[in-house]
Design a protein around this ligand. Structure first.
Ligand code: ADP
Ligand code: MG
Length: 294
């Protein structure tokens, strides 16, 4: 696995507040990487450090494909705080100002407007935009200069469901264009829907990290049913993939790391039991996340 960013044992305090307590994260090339955690868990601090806006107290980070941090910065687009666009200027004029601030030419303005689906509205005043459109324009500004990597802090904060959906679609589209995207978010749902990889932070500690399907799979419970659940239960009690099991009307199984629904299904079949129902339930993860976030 090729990585674009390696973060190693980063620590950062603000006076007595330890915002990051030694966090290690690897961001794979081509991923949408979610840094998930409740408010105050250290997400924005981490993004500030990797963007060189803040200094860590200790630890290192490395943007793998670039010889220097300065060179890396030229290939990273970021959105930490909402930019101050001019309300009375058009989308296009606002991006020209952003391009000036970044010392870039105007030649990719049309391209980024098309990417965020605002090209048709390029001459409309910023003040006429919905919140979702304003946020997409902010992402357009971050895309000036054709970055390989995009870093976004809570990109859907404050948006209505339609606006959130627009940003999600955009993130997935940009990733398909080859951009590695790092997103901080306090919403499990957001990370689950758009990210390929994730880290969970709580009070400056890394709780878990990895591919979303592994991190979430770990917490999935699988509901199964068969004609003979007594026999099924007996068989499952000898299966090494089972972490725990609960029976009510059906059987709820939590699997150990490295085992998935298919493995479970295959095992039952090989033991002579045909499942007539098999369904993954995310409820356990959600309750775990709520536990983490409280
Ligand atoms: P998140 O983005 O996950 O909400 P932050 O990185 O903003 O978390 O904050 C992590 C912790 O550091 C919080 O306890 C916050 O109050 C504290 N903190 C953040 N910035 C500052 C600052 N400039 N001065 C003092 N404390 C800060
Ligand atoms: Mg934050």
């Amino acid at each position: 696995m090729e990585s674009v960013l390696q973060i190693n044992e980063i620590k950062k305090s603000y006076g007595a507040v330890q915002a990051l307590k030694g966090v290690t994260i690897t961001v794979p090339k081509g991923s949408v990487y979610g840094i998930l955690g409740p408010n105050g868990s250290g997400k924005t601090t981490m993004l500030g450090i990797i963007l060189d806006v803040l200094n860590a107290d200790s630890g290192q980070y490395l943007w793998s494909n670039y010889e220097s941090a300065q060179l890396a910065r030229q290939h990273i687009g970021s959105l930490l705080e909402t930019p101050n666009f001019y309300h009375y200027l058009s989308a296009k004029n606002n991006l020209e100002i952003s391009a000036n601030i970044k010392n870039r030419g105007y030649d990719d303005i049309d391209h980024v407007l098309k990417l965020v689906n605002l090209y048709e509205r390029r001459d409309s005043k910023f003040s006429t935009f919905s919140l979702g459109m304003k946020q997409r324009l902010a992402i357009a500004a971050a895309l000036l200069g054709k970055p390989d990597i995009l870093v976004l802090d809570e990109p859907t904060n404050g948006l209505d469901p339609a606006g959130i959906a627009e940003i999600r679609t955009l993130i997935i589209k940009l990733n398909k264009e080859g951009i590695t995207i790092i997103i901080a978010s306090h919403m499990l749902d957001e990370v689950e829907k758009v990210c390929t990889h994730m880290a969970i932070l709580k009070l400056g500690n890394l709780i878990t990290e990895g591919a979303v399907k592994d991190v979430l799979n770990d917490e999935d419970s699988i509901e199964i049913d068969s004609a003979d659940n007594k026999k099924l239960q007996l068989i499952l009690s000898s299966y090494q993939g089972v972490k725990s099991m609960r029976t009510d009307r059906m059987i709820n199984v939590i699997l150990n790391n490295g085992f998935n629904t298919e493995d479970l299904n295959k095992f039952c079949y090989e033991q002579g039991i045909i499942l007539n129902h098999i369904q993954r339930r995310k409820r356990t993860l959600e309750s775990k996340f709520i536990e983490i976030t409280q």
